[in-house]
Design a protein around this ligand. Structure first.
Ligand code: GTR
Length: 424
């Protein structure tokens, strides 16, 4: 606990030095002002959903529309010209453990642009199609052996567009080589995508990639048009389109997963695209799994100021005014229902508000229960390193903001349980 408080104090000091005076960051539990969450089952017309059918036909589409309009923004759907090409195959990747494939997706037959790359590792010698974990920057795409990605300073960046996302995101904590071996040994594949193919993680250049292709003229983009997070989520769905064409992949059992900003992305992708069978958010925090109305850690005002290219412009209306937003993040989690959803926090990550993430999962439970699923089965934040839940999973890991091996192992167990697979 002391550990937690010290970490909080440390992050608080750092954040206070970055935050402007009118943007205070709270790390004091006793100062969290009372708040009321929107009821995920209460429709805009005042009626309350009491059965699965009306959730599906009415409330779920309504919530999706509200998140599009107020938080993440809209984007067009699957492009009609989409086509995939496997441009590289290595049958002996990772010392013979994996079949590695590099797939390029193209959308516009006229120009061949934009293009994006899916890097896929599948366990070798598998006789049946395998389920795949998919996410942005899960592993370093270009390493011969996917070890932890290096963080390069912007000056040293060899290819600024492609590397910007990695470097800005501070992805020091990408899992190293061992965990990918474990994932493969447990019968799962991994597909990793690169953010800058869709939207560079850079407030000046975010609209290179697919966003600029959707609407080249910045002035013409409406306030509810999606930006980087929407584009990244869109990209995850395009990877799923590919999986459906690859007989080695069990596309009905895809797990979408992401860390931090890519955890926000995984939740939004999973909410919209029901082809993702399991949705996992790792330390996603503000604009991800953490409740916005709970004033603890990163705020909507702060995230919109520092990352103006992540959410749609409408989201700025809620800077310092979270209670006015028609949705809160528990409803984003609820949009994964009835599919299994897992949220993970880290003890030394108060910026992402672990308690706010736990409370959001809990507040999404009524939707899971309505659909006949089990929730967390806990009223209190569990002790560290003790995963809880049924169709909704949660843990708070000891340690810092990262997608750590501990987290991966829990996700493998969770997937095994829900896919009815036995771990070796
Ligand atoms: C932080 C940001 C968080 C989180 C994180 C990350 O700077 O404030 O919302 O997403 O970056 O993605 O690592």
């Amino acid at each position: 606990m002391l550990h937690y408080l010290l970490a909080g104090l440390f992050v608080a000091l750092i954040c206070v030095s970055f935050a402007s005076a009118d943007e205070p960051i709270n790390y004091d539990e006793s100062r969290v002002a009372p708040y009321t969450l929107p009821d995920p089952l209460l429709c805009e017309d005042g009626t309350r959903v009491t059965d699965a059918q009306s959730w599906r036909m009415h409330r779920r589409p309504e919530l999706l529309r509200l998140f599009e309009e107020h938080v993440y923004g809209r984007l067009p759907g699957r492009p009609p010209g989409e086509r995939f090409e496997v441009i590289q195959t290595d049958e002996q990747a990772l010392g013979g453990l994996a079949l590695r494939k590099r797939i390029v997706a193209r959308f516009d037959p006229a120009t061949d642009q934009p293009q994006l790359t899916i890097e896929c590792y599948l366990p070798r010698g598998q006789t049946v199609p395998v389920p795949v974990f998919v996410g942005m920057h899960l592993f370093d795409r270009d390493a011969a052996y996917p070890a932890a990605a290096k963080v390069v300073s912007s000056k040293e960046q060899p290819d600024k567009d492609r590397e910007a996302g990695l470097a800005m995101a501070g992805f020091r904590n990408l899992p190293g080589s061992k965990i990918i071996e474990t994932i493969l040994a447990r019968g799962y594949g991994v597909a990793t995508l690169t953010a800058a193919d869709f939207a560079a993680d850079d407030k000046e250049h975010y609209d290179k990639g697919v966003l600029g292709w959707f609407e080249h003229d910045r002035a013409k983009r409406p306030a509810d048009m999606g930006k980087a997070i929407a584009a990244w989520a869109w990209g995850l769905s395009r990877a799923q389109d590919y999986f459906e064409t690859d007989p080695a992949i069990d596309a009905r059992h895809t797990i979408v997963v992401g860390h931090s900003r890519m955890g926000k992305t995984a939740l939004w992708a999973g909410a919209q695209d029901e082809r993702f069978a399991i949705v996992i958010s790792n330390n996603s925090g503000c604009g991800g799994a953490a409740l916005s109305r709970r004033d603890f850690g990163e705020t909507v005002a702060r995230i919109n100021r520092v990352f103006p290219h992540w959410f749609c412009d409408n989201y700025r209306r809620y800077d310092g005014n979270e209670a006015a937003c028609p949705v809160d993040q528990h409803e984003l989690i609820a949009l994964s229902a009835p599919r299994p959803v897992y949220v993970a926090s880290a003890e030394e990550d108060p910026w992402a508000d672990p308690r706010g993430e736990f409370l959001a999962v809990q507040a999404a439970e009524p939707v899971y229960r309505l659909l006949g699923k089990t929730g967390l089965g806990a009223n209190e934040l569990p002790p560290v390193n003790q995963p809880i839940g049924g169709e909704m999973g949660y843990h708070i890991r000891s340690g810092q903001h990262a997608l750590a091996d501990y987290d991966w192992l829990r996700y493998l167990d969770f997937a095994d349980r829900h896919f009815d697979r036995r771990s070796p």
